[in-house]
Design a protein. Structure first.
Length: 102
């Protein structure tokens, strides 16, 4: 069960179904890669959470997978991630920089 405040925030963002599978599928429509970890008992006690979802440079600590998906989905919807340059774009930019130095 998600906290009521998180449910209200997701509702404002257009999310109505708070089941784990629906939240995961919704998250996967916006991002390609994430890592969900079920923490070991000692880590869960230390960080006071059972799950950690890593998404780019961000980490979302939660008591359930559904809460982890919901927190990360909320972050993605409120502030969409900046697309990274592809390897080709980086090489082209590097090449252009080398040409301007000559």
């Amino acid at each position: 069960m998600l906290p009521e405040l998180l449910q209200a925030q997701l509702t404002k963002l257009g999310i109505q179904d708070f089941s784990e599978i629906t939240l995961r599928e919704a998250l996967e429509t916006y991002i390609e890669t994430y890592t969900l970890i079920k923490l070991a008992p000692w880590a869960a006690r230390r960080w006071k959470c059972r799950y950690r979802l890593m998404l780019g440079d961000a980490m979302y600590d939660a008591q359930s997978p559904a809460e982890a998906y919901a927190l990360s989905l909320q972050a993605v919807l409120e502030k969409p991630p900046v697309p990274r340059a592809t390897d080709r774009q980086e090489k082209e930019a590097s090449h252009e920089g080398n040409n301007s130095q000559k």
